[in-house]
Design a protein around this ligand. Structure first.
Ligand code: PLV
Length: 351
């Protein structure tokens, strides 16, 4: 069966997948199985607002089942795959997409194999097994694990659940923007998020168009060493990084998806790259400010606010001089704990 293809009954309209009448996009729940993600909290952060010089709302995706936004799109893709006859999921993942796939598989009563690179921490591997998934470790970076997952997915009844590159994943992630529309009084002046392979970016851009906010700029954060979107934008085409040289392992896709690059061309997307140290400092500061522990992958987006990038972009005229409100997607991540944060700080020579 191999890689899941978009069911032919789905339409592709203005860059987004549209379910035919009678099907839903995962937001409302379907066929008794319901959606797997929560409507996540949207909270104002005094500390981030102070740092950014604008009112900052946090979209708290770290409280989703399995600890990240991934369950939105992956949960939806898995539901659709099960509906179209899939009997086993095979997911390659830096960790969080695999956790979402394992969780969705459990809900759907189907087995899952998750292939992770050696860089995925032992705690994540254990959590995957606790969720009932078979775990295979292959290669050092996600791209190598992905090649192995595609091989495994060739088996009868298996489907490959890609961590970021599928229209149904983007459609599922777009639910995040529909929730923003439902809870904010007016549209935000910018959305800040992290980019790995670009699934979250593609989903948020799809959602912004869908709710009639096509002019809201997206600040796309990456770390140096995992800056595949930035490199592609600079080159004007998709390029592969030679290796992943960042502690933000969940952002570690050597090549960003074609859809992410296309989004950055069709939508106002400002690509910003931070140092690992800035991302890790942001993780620690966020823990102190909001008492929430997130991965460096998420720290990259927070760092744009803490390190004054928003102020700089306004100064450069790349964002309007006065911003009423900004939303930061607190994408979360499970591959972090207190000892890991201490280890990261010591590795980066941070006090
Ligand atoms: N992580 C993917 C890809 O890893 C995974 O397999 O879990 N923030 C967190 C906490 C993430 O886990 C990820 C993706 C991202 C941000 C970036 O999301 P994307 O890939 O949709 O841009 C290699």
């Amino acid at each position: 069966m191999g890689r899941l293809r978009l069911p032919s009954s789905w339409l592709w309209a203005r860059g987004r997948a549209v379910a035919p009448r009678g099907q839903t996009d995962g937001s409302q729940g379907r066929g008794g199985s319901g959606r797997f993600h929560l409507v996540s909290p949207l909270l104002e952060s005094a500390a981030l607002s102070e740092a950014a010089g604008a009112k900052v709302y946090m979209k708290l995706e770290n409280v989703q089942p399995t600890g990240s936004f991934k369950i939105r799109g992956i949960g939806y893709l898995c539901q659709e795959a099960a509906r179209t006859g899939c009997r086993r999921f095979v997911c390659s993942s830096g960790g969080n997409a695999g956790l979402a796939a394992a969780y969705a598989a459990g809900k759907l009563g189907l087995p899952a194999t998750v292939v992770v690179p050696g860089s995925a921490g032992e705690a994540v591997r254990r959590r995957l097994r606790d969720l009932g998934a078979e775990v295979e470790v292959c290669g050092q970076v996600w791209d190598e694990a992905n090649r192995r997952a595609l091989e495994l997915a060739e088996a009868e009844g298996c489907m490959s659940i890609h961590p970021f590159d599928h229209p149904l994943i983007w459609q599922g992630h777009a639910s995040l923007v529909r929730e923003l529309r439902d809870s904010l009084e007016s549209k935000p002046d910018a959305v800040v998020l992290s980019v790995g392979g670009g699934g979250l970016l593609a989903g948020v851009v799809a959602g912004l168009r869908e709710v009639g906010w096509p002019d809201v700029p997206v600040l796309a954060a990456e770390t140096w060493g995992a800056h595949s979107l930035h490199a592609a934008l600079r080159a004007g085409r998709l390029v592969s990084l030679p290796r992943i040289a960042s502690v933000a392992k969940s952002l570690g896709a050597l090549t960003v998806s074609a859809r992410a690059l296309q989004c950055a061309r069709e939508h106002p997307v400002l690509s910003e790259v931070v140092e690992d140290a800035e991302a890790v400092r942001a993780v620690e500061r966020f823990l102190d400010d909001e008492r929430l522990l997130v991965e460096p992958a998420c720290g990259a987006a927070l760092a744009l606010l803490y390190a004054g990038r928003l102020r700089r972009l306004r100064g450069e005229g790349r964002l309007p001089p006065a911003l009423a409100s900004v939303v930061v997607v607190v994408c979360g991540g499970s591959d972090i704990h207190a000892a890991e944060l201490r280890a990261l700080k010591s590795r980066l020579g941070l006090p």
